[in-house]
Design a protein around this ligand. Sequence first.
Ligand SMILES: Nc1nc2c(c(=O)[nH]1)N[C@H]1C(S)=C(S)[C@@H](COP(=O)(O)O)O[C@H]1N2
Ligand SMILES: [Mo]
Length: 541
Amino acid sequence: MTVEKRARPPIAAAVSGLLAATAALGAAELGAALLRPQASPLLAVGSAFIDLTPAWLKDFAIRTFGANDKTVLLLGLVTAVAACAAAVGVLSTRRPRVAAGGLAALGAVATVAALSRPDAVPTDALPSLVAAVTGAPALLVLRRARAPREPHRALETAPQTTHRKAAAPAPGKAAERLQETAPETVRTDRRALLRTGVAVLGFAAISGGTARAVNAARDAAAGGAGLTLPLPSDPARPLLPGGDLRLPGLSSFTTPNRSFYRVDTALVVPRVPYRDWRLRIHGLVDRPVELTFDQILSRPLVERDITLTCVSNEVGGPYAGHARWLGVDLAGLLREAGVRAGADQILSRSADGWTGGTAVEAVLDGRDALLAIGMNGEVLPAAHGFPARMIVPGLYGYVSATKWVTELKLTRFADEQAYWTRRGWAENAPIKTASRIEVPKAFARIPAGRTTIAGTAWAQHRGVAAVEVRVDEGPWTQALLAPSPTPDTWRQWHLDWPATPGDHHLEVRATDTAGEVQPSQRTPPFPDGATGRHSVLVTVR
Ligand SMILES: Nc1nc2c(c(=O)[nH]1)N[C@H]1C(S)=C(S)[C@@H](COP(=O)(O)O)O[C@H]1N2
Ligand SMILES: [Mo]
């Protein structure tokens, strides 16, 4: 008999690796769902990756993928895990020890990631262990299914098979010989592999599906769906007639909750049951306070119109939104705790361990800083911070708008740094005056004649005083400003333009109530917000 040494296609081995990984992750997800959803190995590794991502890469991700950056990250992660799993599967036939080492390394990475989360508890290691403990035997079972079981033909043709008692024959070699000599047996092996594969997949589907169901039930229980918020004792000033121009293509004055931009480091939205929620105010205070959600509800509630903006917003970008917030007066809460002299920072912490640092001065200077529990007449949505978040007019979100907030620590900027300031972003980050053209859209083709140019402008807490537009670097023309009852919101603006055929460059700039004109110089968002004028090119026919 001639046995040609030929490389067996490693596809079955790679698929085995993938199947084993699927089973391992399914089991791990179930473990996490039962223990703590955040302890899921995939999420833990993804979150650790987010925290370790350098600013430039994060900037790139936000610019390139926008609100889909998390989906892209998860897809990338799943691809990486799949590649590792396939590699482990292939190695398992030839180099079982290396494969075992690889599996252990994957488990270790997930364990370390889970345990190094800022809100980690020791049991967070368990789902990763469950993954390892499920993945290894799954791989073994699949490997055995791939190896010849009853090498009848081998028995007939190869007299040396007297030592085939060894229960699991050296899989690589035996299978090789088998392919050369016994096609039927190979077919049987395929069937065995298929059976085992289906069983492993079934296990993965059942555990993964149960995990989903458990998570969904938990989320439903945690949300504020059944909650009715009290009416404000201090309602917002009514919006002025004409404050919302309602032009096609122009974003509405109030941003609906479901289309409100979302920016945070949370790979999955934290679900914080409001009955268990507490807000702790401590640090440099005379009287540390701990408040329950019911205690918040029983306080006088304030309602305010405040436009929120992200520091990562590029000139003309989408990361700004307006809402009517309902909450308690944040300055009042701090005064009750008694802020000690020397405290210049409110270090707020969220349920998932993120931190934001807000200037005490800004919150206590009389502006409408809120601990918000309602948004646009609804209970604060989970994605926007339920049970409670901070909102401070005039400051970018990363230094003012902590979602899922559980802790306010009065401290000093010199002593402690928040999540983004540790990564080089500014400690003080007032929102820069900005304006954007929304109608017509960039590269629009529009008919000649009277056209409306319109958009939004903001300079929260200072207020927008004027918006000007120029066409093809011509003279600046005043746009008409829609009214707003407070300086804490954006304002819509519009202008009639007699459009003449040809390509045109439309440019906008705003001036705040202090008389400061939005600078023309283009700077990137890092470290304290982008500057520059928004412009669009349009073609008139
Ligand atoms: N817990 C937590 N709160 C957070 C963040 C975060 O990553 N985690 N991001 C902040 C940033 S950068 C912004 S711009 C606002 C965005 O709030 P939104 O998602 O409700 O629009 O939330 C802030 N609050
Ligand atoms: Mo932000």
